[in-house]
Ligand binder design. Structure first.
Ligand SMILES: [Fe+2]
Ligand SMILES: [Fe+2]
Length: 294
């Protein structure tokens, strides 16, 4: 039996004046990837919410239903907080309205038109990628500490903690209601295309959209090369070094919990949520566990 996961209401009060636009290890280019992710993720989260809500009615196990309610609530708060953060990004000339416009079209006329079973698989695929990312981030805590931007740090650490907490819920729903391996692979492929192609593409043009003159500075191109190793480097890069974990999803008997993050989760909960010293404590409004209903 899995322990129930809480839902945490947060309030960060983001302020554009405190925003570090070189948040990720003092880079322009890698930071832009994460800011693009912040914008696009909210659409992925809205898809997860709608899909989970639709499929919850077909579940019979009260515990799984309760976990789905937690997933929906956690994602709803992620989406809300990232949207508030993204509003501040817009004040730093990040192309927030443009990317919201584009993502809205891709989701409305693309993903949301897919059959429900395919959306269910896509949801599980998206959640696999956020699980991989959260495990990487929990194992590489130092990436959050080259900045003074405490709120952005708290936003990402809180989000990553919860992605890891709920990493197997979407997958369990998919396996319960479908379990089709070919369909799982199709959802994975679509999620991979979105997260490994569309988001990086969106991120890659941000620095020059914001400051076109950067192209004239050799310093910027050094930043690009360094950022690419941070993101795609096989040794320690966010996606380069986690390719094995990403592709493990294709193993027919894969389960998210095969990648045990219990120890990291315990460490993070203590570090982030300790009533006096927790990094998230100043921003935590309240937390609750959804009721168990038959
Ligand atoms: Fe999320
Ligand atoms: Fe998630």
């Amino acid at each position: 039996m899995t322990a129930a996961i809480p839902v945490r209401h947060m309030d960060f009060q983001f302020d554009a004046r405190e925003l570090d636009d070189q948040f990720y290890l003092k880079t322009e280019f890698a930071t832009a990837f994460f800011e693009a992710l912040s914008i696009f993720l909210t659409f992925g989260e809205d898809l997860v919410i709608d899909t989970a809500r639709y499929h919850r009615q077909f579940l019979t196990d009260p515990q799984l239903k309760q976990r789905v309610t937690t997933l929906i609530a956690q994602e709803a708060i992620h989406s809300k907080m990232h949207n508030q953060f993204n509003d501040e990004l817009a004040k730093h000339r990040f192309p927030v309205p443009l990317y919201r416009f584009l993502a809205d079209k891709v989701f409305k006329y693309g993903f949301k038109q897919l059959p429900h079973r395919m959306q269910l698989s896509l949801m599980a695929g998206i959640e696999h990628f956020t699980a991989v990312l959260s495990e990487y981030m929990m194992k590489h805590e130092q990436v959050f500490y080259s900045t003074e931007d405490e709120k952005q740090r708290a936003l990402w650490m809180w989000h990553m903690l919860e992605e890891s907490e709920h990493k197997d819920i979407a997958y369990d729903v998919f396996q319960t209601l479908s379990g089709s391996y070919p369909l799982r692979v199709a959802g994975f492929a679509l999620a991979a295309f979105t997260i490994l192609v569309l988001v990086p593409l969106g991120g890659s043009v941000i620095p020059l959209l914001r400051k076109p003159t950067l192209a004239l500075h050799p310093r910027y191109w050094k930043d690009v090369a360094y950022s690419l190793t941070l993101l795609a480097g096989p040794k320690d890069g966010v996606f380069g070094s986690t390719m094995g974990h990403i592709l493990d999803y294709l193993r027919p008997d894969f389960h998210p919990s095969d990648h045990d993050t219990t120890e990291y989760l315990e460490y993070y909960k203590e570090k982030l949520l300790h009533p006096e010293t927790g990094l998230l404590t100043p921003y935590l409004v309240r937390e609750f566990v959804p009721a168990l209903r038959a």
